[in-house]
Design a protein around this ligand. Sequence first.
Ligand SMILES: Nc1ncnc2c1ncn2[C@@H]1O[C@H](COP(=O)(O)OP(=O)(O)OP(=O)(O)O)[C@@H](O)[C@H]1O
Ligand SMILES: [Mg+2]
Length: 285
Amino acid sequence: MHDKRPEVLKITDLRKNFGDSRILKGISLTVRRGEVLVVIGPSGCGKSTLLRCLNGLEPADGGEIEFLGKSLTGGKTDWRLVRQKIGMVFQNYELFPHLTVMGNILLGPLKVQKRKREEAEREASEWLDRVGLLDRAGSYPRELSGGQKQRVAIVRALAMAPEVMLFDEVTASLDPEMVREVLDVILNLAKGGLTMVIVTHEMAFARAVSDRIIFMDDGLIVESAPPHAFFRNPSTDRARKFLNIFEFEESVRGKEEEETETPEGDSPKDDPPKNDPADNGKTGV
Ligand SMILES: Nc1ncnc2c1ncn2[C@@H]1O[C@H](COP(=O)(O)OP(=O)(O)OP(=O)(O)O)[C@@H](O)[C@H]1O
Ligand SMILES: [Mg+2]
C-alpha cells in the first residue's frame, strides 16, 4: 500500500565531503507523500548534512536527489524556488527581530510568492490559531518564549505551502517545558498528512510521530524500519548501543520528573557518550 504513494524525494547514493572527510558516503532513501521519516543517529553521523543537501544549503558531491520526479542535482536547480516547496526549520529559529510574528510569516508569501495580502494573512492566521499563537500575531520575536518562536518559525515555513518539511533538532535549544508544545505541533502536522523528514533526539516523540525510523551512523543508513520494530528489536549492534544510551537517559529523566523541583546537575554519571544529546547541535556544526 505504501508503495502506491507518489515519491516526493528520491535520494540515490548521495555523497558529501568536507575537505578530505567523507561525511555522506552513499545515502539512498525514498520519501513518499504523507510519510513521516525520523532520522536518528550519533552526533556527527551526517543527519544535518543530509537535510542541508536536500534543500541545497550544501551542494552534493555525488549521487542524485529527485524532488517530485525532477533532479535537483543536475546543476541547474533554482534552489530559491525549491526551498519554498522543501521547507526547513532548524534548531535556532531565525526570525527577523524588526518584524512582528505576522510580518515574519507573510514575508515569503508576499515577497517571494507574490500572493495577495488578504488571502496570505487569512491563511497565516489559521496556522497561528492551530499552533495556539493567534493572539501573538502582533508581537515581536523578543516578546516571545523560545517555544513560541520556534512555533512561529514552523508556521513561517508552512505558509509557503511546502510539499515536504525538514526539521532539524527543532527542540534542541528549548527549555524542557517548551519542548512539548513544539513537538505537539509537529505531531498534529503528521496527523494532517504532511510529508516530513525529522531529525530528533527525542526518542518517545520519534516513536510516536514516525512511519519509519532511519538510523544513520558514520555517513550511512544502517537501519530503516517501522518504529515499533526498530525500538523493540533493532537489527544492528550500533543501533542497539545507541538506544541503550537513550533508555538510560530517559529513565534518569523519568526519575527527575517524579521528584518535583529536582536541582540541576543530575545528569548521567557514566562515560559521556560521543553522541551525548545534551551536546547535540553545538558540536555538530
Ligand atoms: N560546513 C562544514 N565544514 C566542515 N565540516 C562539516 C561542516 N558541516 C558539518 N561538518 C562535519 O560533518 C560531520 C557531520 O556533521 P552533521 O552536522 O551533519 O552531523 P549530525 O549528525 O547532524 O550531528 P548532531 O547530532 O551533532 O547534530 C561532522 O563531523 C561535522 O563536523
Ligand atoms: Mg545535526
